[in-house]
Design a protein around this ligand. Sequence first.
Ligand SMILES: [Zn+2]
Length: 366
Amino acid sequence: MTTDPTSETLAELGATSPEAVREKFAVLQARFDADIARRGSDADEQPALAAEWTGRKAGALTRIAEHWLRPAPAELKRVVGQEFQKLKAHVESVLEQKRAELDARAEAASAALDRIDLSLPGVERRVGTRHLVRQTFDELIGIFLSIGFSVVEGPEIETPYYNFEALGIPEHHPARDNMDTFYIDGSRGNHLLRTHTSPMQIRTMEKQPPPVRIVVPGKVYRRDNPDATHGYMFHQIEGLAVDTDITFCDFKGTVEYFVREFLGPKARTRLRPSYFPFTEPSAEVDASCHVCGGSGCRICKFSGWIELFGAGMVNPAVYGFVNYDAEKLSGFAFGMGVDRLAMMKHGITELPLLFGNDVRFLRQFP
Ligand SMILES: [Zn+2]
C-alpha cells in the first residue's frame, strides 16, 4: 500500500461510481489547497510546490492523467475527464495567482531599496574655520608684518637662564613671584615651562646682530588658580625692536599705530608708568574703550579706558647678556596676552570658552 493515491488507478482505489470519482478528486483538491496555504506564499517553497503538482514528468497532474484518466473504464471516462480538467484548472490558476503575488512583493521590496527621495533636505557639511585664538594671532601678526617685523618662534620648555636671569630676573627677584612657574625636573630645577615669550628676545639677539624687529607668538604657562580670566596656559605675542636710533617716540608711534589697526582709526592710546624687569622705562598701554568710545561703559568698567598690554624701552642691562653694545643700541619690547585681547575685542567674559572647543561658541566667529 502506498500513501499516494495518484500512483494507483481509480479501480485499485475502489472508486467505481461517479460519486466515488468526484470524492477522490475532492480529496486531492483539498490536499492541494492545504499545501498552498502552508507553503504557497513562501518565495523559497513555492517553486518546489509548483513542481510537485504541475511538473511534467513526475507532477501530481501528470500522474493523475496517467493512472486515473487513461485507464478509466468507458462509463467513467467522462466524469474523470471533467474532474481532471476542473482540478487542473484550479491548480494552475491558484499557482499562477501565488506567483504573481510573490513577484509583486519582490518588485516592491527592490523599488523601496532603489527609491531616492529628491525632496529630502541634503546633508549639510560644515566647513571648518580658524579658531578665534588663531584668528586673533593672525590679525596681530599681520599688523606687525605690515611695518617690517618678522615672526620667530621658540621652545616652550626653557631654562631658568633664558626665562629669568638674562631678562634681569635673578633668583629671589620679586618678579618671579608673579610668574608662578611649572618646573619640569623638580622645584627650581633646570627646565621649566616658559612663563612668557620673552626668552626669545634673548635667543634671537644671541643669534643675530642688530637690527632686530621680531614678534614671537606662542603658548606660555603659569601656575595659577583657573577662573573666568585665568588658566594654566595662555597665548602671548612678544615684540622686540632694537637698532641704533630707536627712540621712545618710535616706541609710542608703533604702539599707537598698532592700537588704531587693531581697534579702529578712532582709538586713542594712553601710556601709564609701570615696571618690568627687562624694560626701562616701562609702560602699560591703554586704549580708549572700543565699545563706548571713552564715555564709560560696563566693558571698560566706566573708566573709558581698556588695559591692552605691557611694554617699554629695552633695559640696557639685557644687552649685556647678548653682547650687544648698550652705548650704541636702543629698542623697545612688548608682550601681549592674545586670549585677553580676543576676549576684550569680542566682549567675551569667560576665558574657558576659548578652550572648550564647543562648536556652538566657535561658529560665532567664522
Ligand atoms: Zn567703555
